[in-house]
Write a protein of this length. Sequence first.
Length: 221
Amino acid sequence: MGLKAKLSFRLLIGVLVVGAVLFIPAGSFKFWQGWVYLLIWLVPGLSAFAYVYKHDPKLIERRMQFKEKVPAQKLIMKFIYMIYFAAILLPGLDYRFGWSHLPLWLTVLSQAVVFLGFAMTIWVMMVNSFASRTIQVEPGQQVVSTGPYSIVRHPMYLGASLMFLFTPLALGSLVALPIFALLIPFIVLRLLNEEKVLCQELPGYTEYCLQRRFRLVPFLW
């Protein structure tokens, strides 16, 4: 199977899985927050991958890798996947049983933040061709310090953190927020381990860390 076919297949499976975990627990296609969330995830994602496929297919190959090589990262990612799967089921159940009653403005604002978080991850891919899904250093890889990397050392994790924290509110659920928040400590563990690997294997990364003080949150940490 060629790269284009693999990408199309995974995108189709992704849409079906996300749609299932949103609407089956909700028990209704009237779950409008789910439709908005799906569009936020789908429309810019398709546009970004179409652009990257045309201009940087190697990045697509890197983003399609899921098998971690670092033992600590394998364990961290197992916890992230398990927590996320449990968390993403809750908003639909919340809609079905009416546990939360969020004001419309908060839901819409949260949807905007989720979009910004997703846009941050796309920005990272635009400036860093080595933004692999797994932790690894490849031949020819260089330190990137421009664009979002001039703000924090791990802008993709910043974008992911924004998405995790505001996804439950974007889906109209306050009940799911604590479960999604459990993902943040594992993101911190992942980036700390990633920094250790990069400092050991990527020339110039230690100097970059000295220049960019903040790892994840601008002006804070």
